[in-house]
Ligand binder design. Structure first.
Ligand code: HEM
Length: 463
């Protein structure tokens, strides 16, 4: 008996053994982030010629992928025995990868066309990093808390590639950035290169995670993060070997961050808004929707160093965006409109990690980079068009979403060089209640692709 859809349409209790066959066939990292601090994404091409040897390798990689079940058991083992999890291994195919291996690609126009063919406001592919241009067949993601172990595992896993005609066209390495570990034991909060806490707001698909959010964080009665995996990430795998074989679409985008430019512009915005002293921090908080330490701007007028970082809020008390601009990144891409069930269907499971020097001095203005650092944006989707593409194309890139033309997403709005200046709340009465100020183009897309994480049985059973 396959797991009924009604079970998957709400957060699941993974410790229920009736779910184990499904979870053993599903790759990890989809229902919950793998949480490792170092990653290597290998971009692969198959062939030319006879693919028999490549298929042997893909079968072996399939057997080595970390299942959802194993990942969740490892999390439990760590809690109970402080036993750290092993190296995470995850494998993905593009549309051409499916075709080359003689497999049936999962349906969907976005996946069939590939990222470069879509209207996302991205730079022309000639400006993308060469290894991320169209033509990728597969991606191998290796993750561990030890940078040495990631390197060793990647070397071992890719050893037979050349002989099997599998070309590694490029590798993107990810390194988590962390705030002071004393703030949030044992690792510190995850941050991104502009210096802001990231990865806090996620759709929660496991009832254990929901319980923790309810009991150990700030609750779920205002913003309810509960989402069924069957409604947000799971896709029936056309090549899976059981009725419980699922995969998920993965959106991959390498987003370079101009930290020096961003920080300089934050200061200029603080000037334009006549903010003084500590209150100048509010300029950046208006861009992101949270202060650097994760304090939501809608809840507080200053950074409060909260632990845990709050996520139980919406914007109902601030419809005009007088406090938190409507175009602030987190408000623009999740407006949290109360009782709007349709809006929630666009949420994705974000699994990104920063790239670039993880040891740079985050406080030293003189050494703020203008490039070479950024975010390896990754997000699992059930439907790329409904989730990632609506968010990027029709929300972030659109000055007029939602409603009044207040401006596009100041972090990820595209295309670079386009869009009108945004309107920022001054706290003064009309007609001086807004200042028009351009804040854009500090994130540049360097390439990416749409992938699918097949079920493990589809990979292992490849013929
Ligand atoms: C370099 C690029 C990016 C940076 C620096 C960035 C930064 C951030 C930060 C600091 C947060 C707040 C932490 C949190 O609430 O979890 C956040 C949240 C979020 N970001 Fe991004 N982000 C980037 C790209 C993207 C992209 C490309 C998308 C999707 C198209 C996206 C979607 C989201 C979503 C959905 C949230 C959670 C909002 C919520 O539920 O309140 N981000 N991002």
């Amino acid at each position: 008996m396959p797991v009924p859809a009604t079970v998957l349409d709400q957060p699941i209790q993974w410790s229920d053994p009736s779910l184990w066959p499904l979870l053993n066939d599903l790759q990890g990292n989809i229902l919950k982030g793998h949480g490792r601090d170092h990653t290597m994404n290998h971009f692969l091409r198959f062939g030319p010629g006879d693919l028999a040897a490549a298929k042997v390798i893909v079968r072996a990689l399939g057997a080595r992928t970390t299942s959802a079940l194993r990942q969740l058991q490892e999390v439990e083992d760590f809690k109970l025995f402080e036993r750290p999890g092993g190296t995470g291994v995850f494998f993905f195919l593009t549309r051409t990868g499916f075709q080359r291996l003689g497999l049936q690609p999962p349906a969907g126009a976005a996946f069939a066309g590939g990222m470069a063919s879509r209207q996302l406001g991205d730079p022309a592919t000639a400006a993308w990093e060469a290894h991320l241009r169209p033509g990728i067949d597969a991606m191998l993601l290796v993750a561990d808390d030890s940078v040495t172990k990631v390197g060793n595992a990647a070397a071992a896993l890719t050893r037979g590639f050349a002989a099997a005609g599998i070309q590694v066209v490029g590798v993107d390495a990810g390194h988590a950035l962390r705030s002071d570990p004393s703030v949030n034991e044992p690792k510190g909060r995850g941050i991104e290169h502009f210096g802001y806490v990231d990865g806090r707001s996620q759709p929660l698909m496991l009832s254990q995670d929901v319980a923790r959010e309810q009991n150990e964080s700030d609750g779920i009665d205002v913003w309810d993060p509960r989402v069924g995996p069957g409604k947000s990430v799971l896709v029936r795998d056309p090549n899976g070997k059981s009725d419980d074989s699922y995969g998920s679409f993965l959106v991959y985008r390498k987003l370079e961050q101009n930290v020096a430019g961003f920080k300089h512009r934050e200061n200029a915005l603080a000037d334009a808004l006549s903010l003084v002293g500590e209150d100048r921090e509010r300029a950046g908080a208006m861009v992101v929707g949270r202060f650097e330490d994760g304090t939501p701007l809608i809840l507080e007028s200053e950074a409060k160093d909260p632990n845990p970082t709050p996520n139980n809020f919406d914007y109902a008390s601030d419809a005009p965006g007088d406090r938190c601009p409507i175009h602030a990144h987190i408000r623009k891409i999740n407006p949290r409109t109360p009782n709007d069930a349709e809006q929630r269907t666009h949420l994705m499971a974000r699994r990104g990690i920063p790239f670039g020097d993880p040891d740079r001095d985050l406080e030293d203005e003189a050494s703020f980079p203008t490039g070479g650092v950024g975010l390896l944006f990754m997000a699992y989707n059930q439907d790329i068009e409904r989730q990632f593409e609506v968010t990027q194309r029709f929300w972030a890139n659109d000055d007029a979403f939602p409603g009044d033309a207040q401006g596009r997403d100041a972090i990820i709005g595209q295309p670079v060089g386009g869009g009108a200046d945004s309107k920022w709340p001054t706290g003064k009465p009309a007609p001086n209640d807004r200042v028009t100020f351009g804040f854009r183009d500090f994130v540049t897309m360097k390439g990416g692709e749409y992938f699918f994480a097949p079920s493990r049985s589809a990979l292992i059973g490849l013929t």
